[in-house]
Design a protein. Structure first.
Length: 79
């Protein structure tokens, strides 16, 4: 199976965190959007295990500037 690039908002807790863990365990690259990256301690622990396959960035879906910045942080990455 080919690794996918997956975007998950609300990745620091609940369903978003679980989806992030599952996707990483399947070998996918995850772009994790969270409102406060500096407080996403569980994600930081997961990043220690999965390294560059997990990319954590600030994302507040009700703020267009935040969404635009998040999208820019992903880039085209070969897409």
């Amino acid at each position: 199976m080919q690794a996918l690039r997956i975007v998950i908002s609300g990745a620091s807790r609940g369903i978003g965190l679980e989806l992030t863990q599952e996707a990483l365990e399947l070998g996918h690259v995850v772009y994790a959007g969270v409102r406060k990256p500096n407080l996403a301690l569980e994600l930081k622990d997961i990043k220690e295990v999965h390294g560059d396959k997990l990319k954590i960035a600030e994302l507040n879906v009700v703020d267009i500037n935040s969404v635009t910045n998040f999208a820019g942080s992903i880039g085209t990455d070969g897409v």
